[in-house]
Design a protein around this ligand. Structure first.
Ligand code: KIV
Length: 271
């Protein structure tokens, strides 16, 4: 009899347990089947099909242009590449801000058409009604506070958020509202480390940081940034684990050279 080790899927409950045990949560983005397979195999707890796909996959300057149909295409591909990570999908700009019914309709489309496990949306008090309505249909919701890229034209800049007391107090208030509404976790983007640590210590749900210091319950990065596929994006919070841009362009340049010089294909590579 062969003994096959069963792979247990990470759930929202797992994340809660990790926080309680003081074990950090790892989260990365992915947008396609092949990358998702590697991210999942490497043991990442949460895969975010982020609307950053608008930037890193489609080449847009902001996250605003990506559509719900495009997010669904990315998410369905990611799901096919995973069997362990919890997969969370961003509701894109324009798919939930109208009202809570629109938010629920978008969330249901994501869940039905992709097989994902949860959705994420940006904002505090203004999205609480939508969070509750989506949750009432049984769909887990992750919040996102601090720098919220879908509001970039309101902020006018990608600098650190909530440095002033008034904005910091509003962020803490919003985090509590999202927790009370039922969010299973919150992403905190680009806020002072001390503020993020305070939120993580006050809330019982996991706080996942990006540019929010080490006092939170987990970390998230955009896959293409941490692998060094993007060379232009160099914020202070980003740790690059590879320089894939250089390695991939180098490998492709070698291929071009081999084709031009007739070195490729050789006899053993031919039929
Ligand atoms: O879209 C995204 O990749 C995100 C992360 C930066 C958290 O929301």
């Amino acid at each position: 009899m062969s003994v096959q080790k069963e792979i247990k899927r990470v759930t929202t409950r797992t994340l809660q347990d990790l926080k309680q045990r003081g074990e950090k949560i790892s989260m990365l983005t992915a947008y396609d089947f092949s990358m998702a397979r590697m991210v999942d195999a490497a043991g990442v707890d949460v895969i975010l099909v982020g609307d950053s796909a608008s930037n890193v996959m489609a080449g847009h300057e902001t996250t605003l242009p990506i559509t719900l149909d495009q997010m669904i295409y990315h998410a369905a591909s990611v799901i096919r590449g995973t069997n362990r990570a919890l997969v969370v999908v961003d509701l894109p700009f324009g798919s939930y801000q109208g009202n809570s019914k629109e938010a629920l309709t978008s969330a249901i489309r994501v869940m039905k058409e992709t097989g994902a496990h949860a959705i994420k949306l940006e904002g505090g008090e203004e999205v609480v009604e939508s969070v509750k309505r989506i949750l009432s249909a049984g769909v887990p919701v992750m919040g996102h506070l601090g720098l919220t890229p879908q509001s970039i034209y309101k902020f006018g800049t990608y600098v650190v958020r909530a440095k002033e007391e008034e904005e910091a107090l509003k962020l803490i208030h919003d985090a509590h509202l999202l927790q009370e509404a039922g969010c299973f976790a919150i992403v905190l983007e680009k806020v002072p480390a001390a503020l993020a640590a305070k939120v993580a210590s006050q809330l019982h749900i996991p706080i996942i940081g990006i540019g929010a210091g080490s006092g939170v319950d987990g970390q998230v990065l955009v896959l293409h940034d941490m692998l060094g596929i993007n060379t232009e994006f160099k914020p202070r919070f980003l740790r690059k684990y590879l320089n894939l841009h250089e390695q991939i362009t180098g490998a492709i340049a070698n291929y071009v050279k081999d084709v031009k010089s007739r070195d490729f294909p050789n006899d053993s590579e031919s039929y």
